[in-house]
Structure formats: C-alpha cells, structure tokens
Design a binder for this molecule. Sequence first.
Ligand code: FES
Ligand SMILES: [Fe+2]
Length: 366
Amino acid sequence: MSSRKFQIDQDITKASTPPSWVYTDLAFYDHCRQNTFSRSWQLIGDADLAKVPGQVHPFTLLEHCLDEPLLLVRDRDDSLHCISNVCTHRGMLVCEEGGVENHLRCRYHGRRFALDGKFVSMPEFEATANFPSEADDLTHVQLAQWGPFLFASLDPMCPFDDWIAPMRERIAWLPVGDCKLDASRSRDYLVACSWALYCENYLEGFHIPYVHAGLAGALDYDAYRTELHRFSNVQIGVGRGGDSVLMPPPGTVDHGRQIAGYYFWLFPNLMFNVYPWGISINVVRPLGVERTRVSFLAYVWDAKKLEAGAGAQLDRVEREDEAIVEAVQKGLHSRLYTKGRYSPTREQGTHHFHRLLAEFASESKK
Ligand code: FES
Ligand SMILES: [Fe+2]
C-alpha cells in the first residue's frame, strides 16, 4: 500500500467509513503507534501505586505497543513524579522492583539519582568533561491526576485539561475521589481484532438491541444520545428508573434524566463507563494489528448497586461484543468489501472516532 492516509467527510450524511486496510495493514498499525499512541494520554493506574513518600513503582507504558519503561515516584516531599526508568549512562533499567527508597541507584555501574530523577553521583567519572549535565538527569514525563486516577503522556497531543474536562465536568457531582479498585471484579480479555475495531464497536449503541438482549432491557433505546467533544465523546444511556439509575442533581446538565450509564470514550483507547456503583474502566491495549487486550478495571463507590441495571453483567456484554468484533475482523479481509456508510442518527461516535483516526494518520510525527 503506497499511502496510509484516508479521509472521512465531516458531514456524516455524506461520509463513508475508513477503508478496510485500516484494520489489517501492519504499516498503518505502526503509523498509529508513532503518530497517535506515542502522543496520547494513557492511564497509569491510581495514586495508591505510590502511596507513601519514597515509594517507587516501575511500569511499562502501554506494554507491547509503546513499551516505554517509566517510573512513578512519590518523593520525600510527597510530590508525585513520572520519570524515565532508563539509566542515562548506558540504558539499564534503573528500578526493577517497587519499594520505598531514599534515592535511585542503577545496579549496572552504580549511578545514583534523587527520587525526582536528578543525577546525584557516578563512580569513575571525575575526568569526564562537561559532566554532569542536564542530560544525565532522568527525563520527566507529563503526569496528571483526576480523582484517584493517574495519567501520563510522552508527548501530549493536547493539554490534559482539554482532554479530560468534558468528562470531569459532566460527572463532577459523583464521588469519583472515593472509588476504590476492586481487583476481584477486574480482568483482561484477549480479542482477535484491531484495537480500532474494538473502539468503534464501543462507540455506538446501534447494535445494542441486536447483540445485547440483556442490556437492551436496562436502556431506553429511543432516548440514547451521543455527544461529541474534540478528543472524547460520551454516550448517555437513559434507564428505566428504580435503583439502577443515576439521578443527576439540580443545576447539572443532565438533571431530570435517569442515567443508566455514561459511556465516556477518550481518544484513542480509554473508556470510562460510569454506573450507579462506580466506574468500569476499559483500557484498550493494542498487541498487534489484529490482536488486542482489553483490561477491565472496576472502581467501586457503592457496592450495593453492583448487580443492578446497565452496569451489571459486564462480562456477558463483553463476550457478546467480542464475538461480533472478531467476526467483523474476518469480514474486513474480504476482497469484496472496502468500506460502508453511516447512520446519521446512531453512529455519530463511530464517525467522530474515524475522523480523529484520519486526522492523526495524515500527520507525521514532529
Ligand atoms: S547503565 Fe546505569 S550506571 Fe551504567
Ligand atoms: Fe456492545
């Protein structure tokens, strides 16, 4: 394939969906890693990962896709930092295990760094000219927090606040700061499809009556809405009342609606599903052109409501979605299919995602 560019008409009534090579072509996949994922905001986890002063938490940013070794550190003054975990001498990983430390020391040749990444000392370098310099410090990566959640970006495509604000403001009345990870309800799914296909399926409720019979009963399909923002969108699932809905208070934009679930998607690969019990986060992790791992993380603020409404039976809904997207992935290899058209009333979120994909595909990394 000669070009990895494609266009999606801004007008959904005129637009066609992306060409099927977007989901099957290795060069395009690599292009997305370089141009989209390397510039994205990614979820690290929550602030409990580095809870006490001196605590260090090594991690890999988006393993198998970005594979960037990073270190989350809470310094002795209680400030959080996200820094490179690669020694500025010859590239050893500085920290291989979490723990509580006074400083960081590379075990290859003994270079030391302060907990904020600043170079401290190095044996046998007395005669090295112009040493140390700033280049010998561990590079800082942008770190941001919303509620308990921490995010990092190597080279942000937009300021964190621009990216998060539509979600943060819409649910400011909910106790986001109080939710706690329930590891027993969290799990990973391996899906044989492109990461983009997984996302676009998530971005429309059009298939709910056809694919998710159980979920369809908890939602008022006619009242289902999608709202678009620059780098995110939200689907608002209106419910049928009772204990299984959120009731936004007076003064909020959704006051008067009975919300079964907010389905926030943040470009390119993060989903925050907000239910009466808390937030189910889906991190879509590309493993290869046609292989994706989706991590479901359950953050709970009201465990009594876990089994009711649209936020119940998430495992079943996920399996129904997997069966569909894995079949679509096969369909996209057809010689007889290249692209399709959109429903202007039901596929606004999918169209929005495709436009962002096309926008970043047409850019070359600085
Ligand atoms: S690689 Fe770290 S001290 Fe040499
Ligand atoms: Fe679905």
